[in-house]
Design a protein around this ligand. Structure first.
Ligand code: COA
Length: 391
């Protein structure tokens, strides 16, 4: 089998998905996606768009302006018609699944060079917009327990995650994300894109909009629950509605060596797991367990974890059940902050986690041999992927 390495990974900043306040409110997802593709080809001039065997692009809600965004985005950006594009839909796991599809195609020897991407514009294509549930699905699961917020409340209850612990996690996620932003850690992965400030002034967006300069435990403790009157989950302990895009250039190691390209990480496998959709947030427990057991590794072998913070409740349940950490601040998890602070453009995040994992292992954690990126997805899917240092 061949080996698959990450040549490069970029993303747009994550912007607020809001029709008045969002920095990308007047852009469409194809523009964000193709900004990432253009940056990949500019930064890696030995690779031409014609060299790409196929594009895999994840998006959670492939309707409206995101309908067939994989193919339409590629063509809208002026890229070659001869390169096919495959849209991947697996709710929030879509972007990670796109990377895994490309990596497996390389391992099988189907092709040497792929683009894997993820995009979600949660302003123009709302979460769950145009979605209809099959009647028998709704007979199997209580309809009121299917939306994401209620699943997060149920996880908090079942796994006994307290509101102060969730707020502590949100606090540290913000602190780490702000410190990483100010220190310029994301500069290498964020592609600047022209957007608009709240007052309409045009400016180049090169930082994540949701990240707060200061965050207060008192303010968070005073916030009203978002999903039920006596609930524990607030806007501070939920990932916020976000718009963003991300893309990676993946290549067989042989081809990268022949071209003289540098890389740091190779794909070392992935695992998907399914669980009860009404507690979908705990899925990464099972995905990570499968992944580690197949690879013959334990939690201690992994130096860097990127876990999507869909909600603080499910993230804490996952980290505790896996024995990675009990409470924030975490040593090896979401070292530059997580989705509670950075935002979570659904189908983009899985790819973004891998881009950030690559950035962290290239810079702050050069000593780590293995990194894992993992996330849960609506309706009870979860993905985890393992990346191994090869420099
Ligand atoms: C929780 C949720 C309903 C809140 O939505 P909302 O009511 O529109 O709230 P916002 O995110 O706009 O936040 C409300 C206010 O609280 C503020 N706020 C949020 N977190 C804060 C914090 N930590 N400290 C201070 N203020 C905070 C926001 O800035 C906003 O105020 P502003 O408009 O003045 O800036 C929404 O973010 C959501 O549904 N999140 C989950 C998304 C999801 O399910 N994703 C998939 C996961 S699997």
């Amino acid at each position: 089998m061949k080996e698959c390495v990450i040549i490069d990974g970029v993303r747009t900043a994550n912007a607020r998905a809001h029709e008045e306040k969002g920095w990308f409110r007047n852009l469409t997802p194809d523009v964000l996606l193709t900004s990432c593709y253009e940056a990949l080809f500019q930064r890696n001039s030995k690779v031409k768009p014609d060299d790409i065997e196929a594009v895999f692009c994840g998006s959670a809600n492939q309707s409206g302006i995101q309908n067939d965004i994989a193919r339409l985005g590629w063509l809208a950006g002026g890229f070659p018609e001869s390169v096919p594009a495959n849209g991947i839909g697996q709710q929030c796991c879509s972007g990670m699944a796109a990377v895994e599809h490309a990596a497996r195609a390389i391992l099988c020897g189907e092709g040497d060079v792929y683009v894997a991407a993820g995009v979600e514009d949660m302003q123009h294509v709302g979460m769950g917009a145009n979605m209809e549930f099959p009647r028998r699905f709704l007979e199997r699961y209580p309809p009121e327990e299917i939306p994401m917020g209620p699943t997060a409340e149920k996880v908090a209850e079942l796994y006994k995650v307290s509101r102060p612990d969730m707020e502590t996690m949100a606090y540290w996620s913000n602190i780490k994300a702000w410190e990483a932003t100010v220190a310029g850690k994301f500069k290498d992965e964020i592609v600047p894109v022209e957007g608009e400030k709240e007052d309409g002034t045009k400016f180049v967006v090169d930082r994540d909009q949701w990240v707060r300069e200061s965050v207060s435990m008192e303010k968070m403790a005073s916030m009203q629950p978002s999903f039920k009157l006596d609930g524990l989950i607030t806007a501070a302990t939920s990932s916020p509605l976000t718009t963003g895009a991300c893309a990676l250039l993946l290549m067989s190691k042989d081809k990268a060596d022949a071209l003289g390209l540098r890389y740091h990480l190779k794909y070392a496998g992935s695992a998907m797991a399914g669980c009860d959709p009404t507690i979908m947030g705990v899925g990464p427990i099972y995905a990570a367990q499968k992944l580690l057991s197949r690879a013959g590794l334990t939690v201690k072998d992994v130096g860097v974890w990127e876990l999507n913070e869909a909600f603080a409740s499910q993230s804490l349940a996952v980290l505790r059940e896996l024995g990675i950490a009990q409470n924030a601040p975490f040593e090896n998890v979401n070292i530059w902050g997580g989705a509670l602070a950075l935002g979570h453009p659904l189908g983009e995040t899985g790819a973004r986690l891998i881009v950030t994992l690559n950035s962290i292992m290239k810079t702050d954690r050069k000593g780590a041999r293995y990194g894992v990126a993992m996330l849960c997805g609506g309706m009870g899917n979860a993905n985890a992927s393992l990346w191994q240092r090869v420099e």
